[in-house]
Design a binder for this molecule. Structure first.
Ligand code: PSV
Ligand code: MN
Length: 444
């Protein structure tokens, strides 16, 4: 039998040729003077507050966030999609693009794959390419919210909640398949988001639908390797516009508790009803010991999948503040899994991701420079104004130079977008990737 030809691990447009340490150095030299001056000022400001800037740089450099495979191509809405030039045509090219984000930020060395959207035809080859590029695999995401070609049963009326056992079995089998693909790549977690629910009152039996979802989750959990974690992602609506089964953090927490110790809740920042206090949700899940991970993005109206921190930057800071606080006092034993979940409809996806990582790094740094002892004192003595001011002091500090220092330490760029544009990566891959056939899925 003739073996299928292996993909070359290093295609001719391998980013090594474009994003080299020299490219990054050159870009850093161009802004070095301004950066040094900004850093000196920030360093002095932080020392005046009794903080240790070097320790903050070290903590900032430890921040890592996974890039979703579906955010590397231009996203679309149900009204259409406006593709950009040089988009990745397959998951191998997406991997190269992730390595660009990693090289420029030093904080994005993992990719989160959506199965089957980005299922590799040759997992071993993809794993080799990823290793060569210094990229690893984060949680795999299953998909039982859409029908796929060749599928026997339809998910029109749900997957895990379905009244028909055959549909539920198919949905469970798909999740087991996603685990197999992930295991072949070196992933250690499965994220399940279900579109299951009802569009009209009376359509489903609310309690029975819940029980069926719970039982299917248990089956998937039982089949998961022992060193894997299960993340349950909630969302209040869309596509089920009357009653989604896993609608909120309470439902997600109940399911995590009933499923097992390695099951926890994933908070997508866009999956909350208007005005929900997301940082308080985060605090609750920390207290419950079930905060598993995040999907970072931002929203104005619904699940808008906009760039993290673009609409509600204070909320993003307050979320990180809860995390920094809980990591400092031990309520959170380790960082949860940080992932991005955005749809880039009008920005260059790589640039949007560079911007996102920078925003996340800055929010994280701001949370790290909150004077915790002072805040605790003001809280204990009910000094409302000073407690609030202590948070604002950190939030209003321009920490750009410190985030840049963390990136520099990791071999990244002071200004990742500037370095990316100077590299002309997009222009060069646009030539190599001419005739892109891949159409990314519509965002949900
Ligand atoms: C659903 O809206 C979601 O947030 C889930 O994480 C999906 O995997 C992703 O979006 C798909 O775009
Ligand atoms: Mn999500």
């Amino acid at each position: 039998m003739c073996a299928a030809p292996r993909r070359p691990v290093f295609p001719p447009y391998f980013p090594d040729a474009m994003i080299t340490p020299d490219t990054i150095d050159a870009s850093n030299r161009a802004c070095d003077e301004a950066w040094r001056s900004d850093y000196a000022h920030l360093d002095e400001q932080l020392r005046r507050r009794g903080l240790d800037p070097d320790a903050v740089v070290e903590q900032a450099a430890a921040f890592e966030v996974a890039v979703p495979s579906w955010a590397l191509g231009t996203g679309g809405t149900r009204f259409g999609r406006f593709p950009g030039r040089g988009e990745p045509r397959d998951v191998f090219e997406k991997m190269q693009d992730v390595s660009v984000v990693q090289r420029l930020t030093g904080a994005a060395s993992r990719i989160s794959l959506h199965i089957p959207w980005d299922e590799p035809d040759d997992p071993q080859a993809l794993r080799e390419q990823a290793a060569a590029l210094g990229v690893a695999f984060d949680a795999v995401n299953s998909n039982t919210f859409q029908d796929q070609a060749g599928q026997v049963s339809s998910y029109k009326f749900g997957s895990f909640q379905h009244t028909d056992l055959a549909v539920r079995k198919q949905a469970v089998a798909h999740n087991l398949h996603a685990i197999d693909v992930g295991a072949a790549l070196g992933s250690k977690a499965l994220t399940i988001w279900l579109g299951d629910g009802a569009n009209y009152p009376g359509q489903t039996h609310l309690r029975k639908a819940w029980e069926r979802v719970r039982d299917c989750l248990a089956e998937v959990y039982e089949a998961m390797p022992l060193d894997w974690n299960l993340f349950i992602e909630h969302k209040p609506f869309e596509p089920a516009f009357y009653a989604t089964v896993v609608a909120d953090w309470g439902s997600s927490l109940m399911l995590a508790r009933e499923t097992g110790e390695r099951a926890s809740c994933l908070v997508d920042l866009g999956h909350h009803l208007p005005n929900v206090n997301v940082e308080q949700v985060v605090a609750r899940l920390i207290t419950a010991g079930r905060l598993g991970g995040f999907h970072f993005n931002d929203a104005k109206y619904g699940d808008d999948d906009l760039t993290a921190g673009s609409i509600k930057p204070y909320q993003l800071f307050l979320v990180f503040n809860e995390l920094a606080d809980a990591l400092a006092d031990g309520a959170l034993p380790a960082n949860p899994s940080y992932m991005i979940d955005q749809s880039h409809n009008v920005k260059d996806p790589i640039e949007a991701l560079l911007q996102t990582v920078d925003r996340l790094q800055k929010s994280w740094v701001r949370a790290l420079i909150v004077r915790r002892d002072a805040l605790a004192h003001y809280q204990e003595t009910n000094d409302v104004l000073m407690a609030e001011e202590t948070l604002r002091e950190a939030y209003e500090t321009d920490v750009s130079a410190l985030a840049a220092a963390a990136r520099k330490r990791l071999g990244g760029a002071i200004d990742p977008v500037a370095a990316f544009r100077t590299s002309r990566y997009r222009e060069q891959v646009a030539e190599a990737r001419a005739g892109a056939a891949y159409v990314p899925p519509q965002s949900l």
